[in-house]
Design a protein around this ligand. Structure first.
Ligand code: GLU
Length: 302
């Protein structure tokens, strides 16, 4: 498979999308970028093409990392007492589903409310640096850093996220300090990664929690399975069902334009292209992923 050819074919798709504008620093990113890294678990080979080495904000892909950290620290049972694992029919930052259903648990850890709640569970005993170190470890990338400008941009415009947090606090879903939890949440979203870091994270998940670069178990097998199933059912927000049908590989997106994919026992894939579709997912990134999944025959339902 020629990755460069697939980049050339899919790059123009960016024209149909728009970079996230509700976070001012993201609005400044050049939309005409597409990059990919593929980690092959059988050969241990890593191949990249296009804008694979550009650093960009991880945004919601950090929700995978904090969920893994929370499961590691508190255990699966405790975490899923506080957050459900259901799909959403609303936008990723919607307050409506919690209000309508009045369930007292956010829908899943990959919508904003669920991610803020997950972060609040660990906020008391976890410093942001613990999350950063963990991210560097499971992405095998010591260069991942916090971009202060993006963090300030997130923080100064994050009123909707604050509203979600205060709503959950008012319903006693979040019991500790909102400011601390939101501070960590905005920081985790502002970590800077490349497609290589994401391909490594995907490869770790695809390899059942064992890092293929050093054969160390970094997360439990149960945690890897749980996260992959959530990526499949909720990782692309309202497009999760459609992408399950058209692509069939567990994938999580971020509004920075990143995609992380875990093809069980086969590949970890990291993709970057900042222009988004209406559901908040990378538009050219998904087009590229669809081609890659078809060529590699990695639809898990086949
Ligand atoms: N920082 C973004 C927010 O809180 C993350 C959303 C996303 O990447 O989907 O809205």
């Amino acid at each position: 498979m020629d990755l460069s050819q697939l980049i050339t074919k899919n790059l123009p798709v960016y024209n149909k999308g728009k970079v996230a504008s509700y976070i001012p620093m993201l609005a400044q990113v050049d939309p005409k970028q597409l990059g990919v890294t593929l980690f092959n678990l059988k050969s241990n080979q890593v191949n990249s093409a296009g804008d694979y080495d550009v650093r960009f904000a991880i945004e919601s892909i950090s929700k995978v990392i904090t969920l893994l950290w929370a499961i590691k620290k508190l255990g699966m049972t405790e975490v899923f007492k506080h957050v459900s694992s259901r799909q959403t029919g609303f936008a990723f930052n919607s307050i409506l589903n919690m209000e309508i259903e009045n369930t007292n648990v956010p829908l899943n850890p990959f919508v904003n409310a669920g991610a803020i709640l997950t972060t609040s569970l660990i906020a008391k005993d976890t410093a942001f640096d613990d999350i950063l170190n963990f991210a560097q470890k499971i992405c095998n990338d010591s260069q991942i850093y916090l971009d202060e400008e993006i963090f300030n941009s997130e923080k100064s415009t994050g009123d909707l996220d604050r509203s979600l947090a205060y709503y959950m606090k008012s319903k006693n879903m979040i019991k500790n300090d909102i400011t601390l939890s939101l501070d960590i949440y905005f920081k985790q979203c502002s970590m800077m990664v490349t497609t290589k870091s994401l391909a490594n994270l995907g490869a770790l998940l695809a390899n059942d929690g064992i890092a293929p670069w050093n054969n160390h178990r970094l997360i439990s097998s149960n945690a890897a399975t749980c996260v992959k199933s959530l990526m499949m059912t909720t990782g692309l927000y309202n497009q999760s069902g459609i992408c399950s049908r058209l692509i069939g590989v567990p994938t999580k997106s971020g509004v920075g334009g990143g995609l992380v994919c875990a093809s069980p026992e086969k590949y970890g894939i990291g993709i970057f292209s900042p222009a988004l579709n209406k559901d908040g997912n990378s538009i050219a990134g998904l087009a590229l992923l669809k081609d890659i999944a078809k060529e590699l025959k990695i639809n898990i339902f086949r």
